[in-house]
Design a protein around this ligand. Structure first.
Ligand code: MIG
Length: 692
C-alpha cells in the first residue's frame, strides 16, 4: 500500500480526497502520536539535513523547515515572514532526507499547527487543534513519486479554458464600461497582447453579489459581446458575503430558505464586509451550494465566462457583536488617563474586530443535518464556495471549460478552480515569494495559479513590474492586478511599455507549450513547477536552490528578483541551453555547461533554460490567444540525438479533456548537422535547434 489512512477522533467530511482508503489500525509509521486536551500531535524526528516541503500557499521558503505555520484561512494583506499563514490551508508535508522520503496529509478542516523544527530544531510536531482528522501517509521512493501518489488520491486538477492563460489586466477601481473599453483600447492600440479584463467590486450595485450597476453598465450583454469581438473576456469578482438588504433577491431567498449561517440561538449571524452588514451562505450544505451556484446565471447569460471569488476565508471586517464589544471598551476607557496599556487596549479593541477568532466561534454550519461550530470547519469555507460556483457553471453549460479562481482554498478545491495568491505587495521579496509558492501549490494540486503581477498593495515601480512580468510569462494565471489608490499599474502607463509588451509576447509564443504542459500535469498528476531537489536529489547544490524552478520536463526558470540587478547567479544541474528572449520572436541562444554561472539579464530580457536533449515549440505571438497560429511552430532546444516530443492541443474550450485524444507527436530526426521535424497537421521550423 502506497497510501495508508489513520483515523483520530471523528473526522468531519472535507471532500479533499476522492479515493476511499480503509483505515489502518495500530501504530502510525514515522510519527509518535500524543493526545491531550482534545488535541492530537504527531512528532517526527528530523535528521540534521532533512528538508520539509509542502503547505501549498503560505509564506517563507520552499523548504518549510525551521518555522511555525498554522492552517487557518485568513484575509491577511501583509504577507510577511512572521505570519503563520495566509488564505489557504494545504495540509500536505513531504519529508526528504538521508533515510528517504515520505509524505503526510492531514485531512482536517480545523486549525492545525505545524511546528517544523521551530521549538526544537530536531523535531517536527504537527498538532490538530480539534483532534478529529484522517492522516494519510504516503510512501514512494522519490519526491515526484510522493506527489503523484498524493495527487492521485485527491483527483484531477482543474483545467481552465486556454484563453485563461492569456494576459489579464485587473485593478480594484475599474467601475464603468467606458473604463474597461479604455483599458482594452490602450492595449490594442499599442499591440500589447490581452485576453481578459477583470471587474473588481466596483461593477456591482452597492457591492451586492450578482448585481451590477446599471448606470455604469447599461447593457452588460452588449458590452461583453463587443469586447468578445475584440477577443477580450470580462471576468467579474464575486464575494462570499451577501448584503443584508430587504428587497435584494439573494438576501431574501437566503433568509426564506434558511441558507445562511446562524448563531447558537438560531438567529442570523451578521458580519460586515464591503456592503456593510452581510450574511454568509452555508456553503458546506449541498442545497446551499446548488442555490448559490445558480445565482451566477444572469452574469453567464450576459456573456461572462469566468469569475474570481473573493473574501471567502470568510473575511469579516467586524461582526455586530465584535463591534459592540469594541464600543463598550471605548466607552469604558473614555474618561481614563490612557497610559501604555490603556492606549493599546483601546486601539486593539478596534483593530481586533476584523477576522476575530471569537467571531469564528459565533456561528454554525449544518453538516449532515447537524450543527457544527464554524471554527471546526473554518478552512473549508472558501473551497466550498469554489465548489458551489464550479457546479453551477457545470449545470449551466456542461460542454465548456470555465474560468474560476478563488482567494481562499483547501485541498479539494484544486479540482474545481484555480487560486490567485492574494494581496501581495509591490515588493521585490514578493516576486520571489510568488516563485516559491508555485511548486508548493502544485504539490497540492493547484496548477492554475499566479500572483498579482506588479504587486497588489503599495506603489509598484517600472522595473519591478517589468521583472515580475518576466516571471508571470510562465505562471498559468498571468494577471496584473493592483489595489485602489495605488499608482496606475497597467503596462501602457509606463515609459518602457514596449519592453513590457515584448515580455508579454513571450508568453503568447509559449502559450501552446504552457497550456499543453498544464493539461499533461493535470492528467498525469504531475507538477508544472518543481524545486531542483525533485529532479536532482543527489546533487548537493541543487537540493538547496530556492530561486530557480524546473518547468515541465524540459525547462528551468531563473527570474531576476532584485532591483537594479542586471543579471543573476544561476546553478545549472546539467548542461542547458539559455534562451534570452527579447520578445516572442527575437531571442539569443547560448549553450551552457553544468555548474555555477553568472548570467547577464538586461531589463528587456526573459531568460529560460532548456535542458540538453530537450526541445520546446514556440509559435508566433499574437494579441490574443484566439489568434495564435498553432499550425506553424519553431523548435527551440539543444539536441544531440533524434527524439520525439509531445504536445497536447485541443479547441481550448470543450469540457471533456482526454489527454490521449489531444496528444500530438513531433518527431525530430538529426542527420549530421541538420534537424528535420515532422508532425501531422503542422509546419515545423527545426532550423533554430542547436545540435551537438
Ligand atoms: O478587502 O475587491 O484580494 O484582489 O482587489 C479587499 C477588492 C477586497 C481583496 C482581493 C483583492 C481585491 C480586493 N479584495
Amino acid at each position: 500500500m502506497m497510501i495508508s489512512r489513520y483515523v483520530f477522533g471523528s473526522p468531519l467530511p472535507t471532500m479533499a480526497v476522492v479515493r476511499e482508503i480503509a483505515a489502518s489500525e495500530g501504530a502510525v509509521p514515522h510519527f509518535e502520536v500524543s493526545q491531550a486536551d482534545g488535541r492530537v500531535s504527531f512528532t517526527t524526528v528530523l535528521g540534521e539535513d532533512d528538508q520539509i516541503f509542502g503547505l501549498g500557499e503560505t509564506v517563507r521558503g520552499i523548504n518549510k523547515r525551521g518555522h511555525l505555520y498554522r492552517s487557518w484561512n485568513m484575509d491577511d494583506f501583509s504577507h510577511t515572514e512572521n505570519k503563520p499563514g495566509i488564505y489557504a490551508s494545504h495540509n500536505l508535508l513531504l519529508f526528504s532526507g538521508e533515510k528517504g522520503v515520505f509524505g503526510a496529509y492531514f485531512d482536517d478542516p480545523g486549525a492545525i499547527l505545524f511546528d517544523l523544527g521551530y521549538s526544537d530544531g530536531a523535531k517536527a510536531v504537527i498538532t490538530s487543534e480539534n483532534g478529529d482528522l484522517s492522516l494519510y501517509l504516503i510512501e514512494a521512493t522519490t519526491l515526484t513519486g510522493l506527489v503523484r501518489e498524493f495527487r492521485h488520491l485527491i483527483g484531477r486538477s482543474y483545467i481552465p479554458p486556454r484563453w485563461a492563460m492569456g494576459y489579464m489586466q485587473s485593478r480594484w477601481g475599474y467601475s464603468t464600461e467606458e473604463e474597461l473599453r479604455f483599458i482594452v483600447s490602450e492595449h490594442r492600440a499599442r499591440h500589447i497582447p490581452l485576453d481578459s479584463v477583470c471587474m473588481d467590486i466596483d461593477y456591482m450595485q452597492d457591492f451586492k453579489d450578482f448585481s451590477w450597476n446599471h448606470e455604469s453598465f447599461p447593457d452588460l450583454k452588449r458590452c461583453t459581446a463587443e469586447l468578445m469581438a475584440d477577443h477580450i473576456h470580462v471576468v467579474p469578482i464575486i464575494d462570499a458575503g451577501v448584503k443584508q438588504e430587504d428587497g435584494d433577491p439573494v438576501y431574501e431567498e437566503g433568509v426564506q430558505n434558511d441558507y445562511f449561517v446562524k448563531k447558537e440561538d438560531g438567529s442570523l449571524f451578521i458580519g460586515a464586509v464591503w456592503p456593510g452588514r452581510s450574511c454568509f451562505p452555508d456553503f458546506l450544505r449541498e442545497d446551499v451550494r446548488a442555490w448559490f451556484g445558480d445565482k451566477y446565471r444572469p452574469l453567464l447569460d450576459a456573456g461572462i465566462q469566468g469569475f474570481w471569488n473573493d473574501m471567502n476565508e470568510p473575511a469579516l471586517f467586524y461582526s455586530v457583536e465584535s463591534l459592540e464589544n469594541a464600543f463598550q471598551m471605548a466607552e469604558k476607557l473614555r474618561h481614563e488617563n490612557l497610559g501604555i496599556n490603556g492606549a493599546f487596549q483601546l486601539k486593539d479593541a478596534f483593530v481586533n474586530i476584523a477576522n476575530n477568532d471569537e467571531d469564528y466561534r459565533r456561528f454554525y454550519h449544518l453538516v449532515d443535518g447537524k450543527p457544527v461550530r464554524h471554527d471546526r470547519v473554518h478552512n473549508l469555507y472558501g473551497a466550498m464556495m469554489t465548489k458551489s460556483a464550479a457546479e453551477g457553471f457545470h449545470r449551466y453549460d456542461p460542454d465548456h471549460r470555465y474560468l474560476l479562481f478563488s482567494r481562499s482554498s483547501f485541498i479539494g478545491a484544486h479540482r474545481d478552480g484555480g487560486v490567485w495568491q492574494g494581496d501581495n505587495s509591490s515588493w521585490w521579496s514578493h516576486l520571489l515569494l510568488n516563485l516559491k509558492m508555485m511548486p508548493s501549490l502544485n504539490m497540492c494540486g493547484f496548477l492554475f495559479t499566479g500572483a498579482d503581477l506588479g504587486g497588489f498593495s503599495c506603489n509598484t515601480t517600472e522595473d519591478l513590474l517589468l521583472r515580475w512580468l518576466a516571471l508571470g510569462v510562465f505562471t498559468p494565471l498571468m494577471r496584473n492586478h493592483s489595489a485602489q489608490h495605488t499608482r496606475d499599474q497597467e503596462i501602457f502607463r509606463f515609459r518602457n511599455w514596449q519592453d513590457m509588451r515584448n515580455v508579454v509576447s513571450v508568453r503568447y509564443a509559449l502559450l501552446p507549450y504552457l497550456y499543453s504542459l498544464l493539461v499533461k500535469c493535470a492528467c498525469r498528476d504531475e507538477m508544472m513547477f518543481r524545486p531542483l531537489v525533485f529532479d536532482y536529489p543527489q546533487d548537493k547544490t541543487a537540493i538547496r536552490v530556492e530561486d530557480q524552478l524546473l518547468l515541465g520536463d524540459e525547462c528551468m526558470i531563473a527570474p531576476v528578483y532584485e532591483q537594479n540587478a542586471r543579471g543573476r547567479h544561476v546553478y545549472l544541474p546539467e548542461d542547458m541551453l539559455l534562451v534570452s528572449f527579447r520578445s516572442g520572436e527575437e531571442y539569443a541562444l547560448t549553450p551552457m555547461t553544468k555548474g555555477h554561472h553568472w548570467i547577464d539579464v538586461p531589463m528587456n530580457e526573459v531568460p529560460l533554460f532548456i535542458r540538453h536533449g530537450h526541445a520546446i515549440p514556440l509559435v508566433r505571438p499574437a494579441e490574443s490567444s484566439d489568434q495564435l497560429d498553432t499550425a506553424h511552430c519553431t523548435l527551440l532546444g539543444w539536441l544531440n540525438h533524434s527524439c520525439v516530443i509531445s504536445l497536447y492541443e485541443d479547441d481550448g474550450v470543450s469540457a471533456d479533456v482526454k489527454l490521449e485524444d489531444g496528444l500530438q507527436l513531433i518527431n525530430i530526426s538529426l542527420n549530421g548537422d541538420c534537424a528535420v521535424a515532422r508532425c501531422v497537421g503542422k509546419t515545423i521550423d527545426a532550423t533554430k535547434l542547436i545540435l551537438g
